[in-house]
Design a protein around this ligand. Structure first.
Ligand SMILES: [Zn+2]
Length: 259
């Protein structure tokens, strides 16, 4: 797409159930939205690889999600590398990271797999799309220690404004999604309002976290515009400004999207 309006940096559009996937993708395309689809398991990387090749304006990340760390084997990095080399639409490593919310029984394994994938991204010179839930300190600590040259994005950012500032000091980008539209999401609104715009990115994380006014129904990539609109309201500016600035940021991280 020559002139994207918004870049949705995290959408599982391949996982939609109540919505027709083709029409959800068309809705996004009609609004000049580019969508990036992460993978989550060692098997899923193959599915995302073939899925994104079927559609224009869809790109992907390969990576193993912390809750799926047990699916990661010695072979996984080789598989990821051959997919990246054969599919130019794979533009990052994700979603990877740490999640202490659901299950704390294999934290050490989560850390080990996170670090391996950071080092792999560094070798491949690709950005990182990071999932971090109830693990803010460890995530930042590992990034500081192990990440040498990959731009990192904290997807669905759930930390405080202070933590956001700490991340930005390290050059980490903050991606916000539908949560920012929720009435009670004080922290997310505060982050959206106050971080430097140079570090802000947009996403949906669909099919989850549907923004207002569609909360309660299935999310989809085009709803990223409601996220942009809410951030515009909070910052007292226009949706066009938020779209243009966040697109500029995303194109800096993912230069391939501009060709
Ligand atoms: Zn996700």
């Amino acid at each position: 797409m020559n002139n994207p309006y918004i870049i949705n940096t995290h959408s599982h559009v391949n996982m939609l159930k109540d919505t027709n996937i083709d029409s959800a993708i068309k809705n996004a395309q009609n609004s000049r939205i580019i969508t990036i689809v992460p993978s989550s398991t060692a098997q899923d990387i193959f599915e995302v690889d073939s899925f994104i090749q079927k559609y224009n304006d869809l790109y992907g990340y390969v990576g193993v999600f912390p809750e799926e760390a047990k699916t990661f084997t010695d072979k996984t990095l080789n598989d990821m590398e051959s997919i990246i080399r054969s599919n130019h639409k794979i533009i990052g490593i994700g979603e990877i990271g740490l999640d202490y919310y659901w299950d704390k029984s294999f934290i050490e394994l989560q850390k080990e797999i996170f670090i391996k994938q950071i080092q792999f991204a560094n070798q491949m010179n690709l950005p990182l799309n990071i999932h971090c839930r109830d693990a803010h300190f460890d995530t930042l600590d590992i990034l500081k220690k192990y990440n040498k040259n990959s731009t990192a994005i904290l997807h669905c950012f759930s930390g405080s404004l202070d933590f956001a500032k700490e991340c930005i000091k390290e050059g980490i980008y903050i991606a916000l999604g539908g949560v920012v539209t929720f009435k009670n999401a004080k922290k997310a609104k505060e982050v959206a309002q106050n971080i430097p715009i140079e570090y802000l990115l947009l996403e949906t994380d669909d099919p989850y976290l549907t923004p207002v006014p569609y909360r309660g129904t299935e999310n989809q990539p085009a709803y990223v515009s409601y996220v942009a609109q809410e951030i515009a309201n909070l910052r007292n500016t226009t949706i066009d400004f938020i779209a243009a600035e966040t697109t500029k940021n995303a194109l800096k991280i993912f230069p391939k999207l501009s060709c």
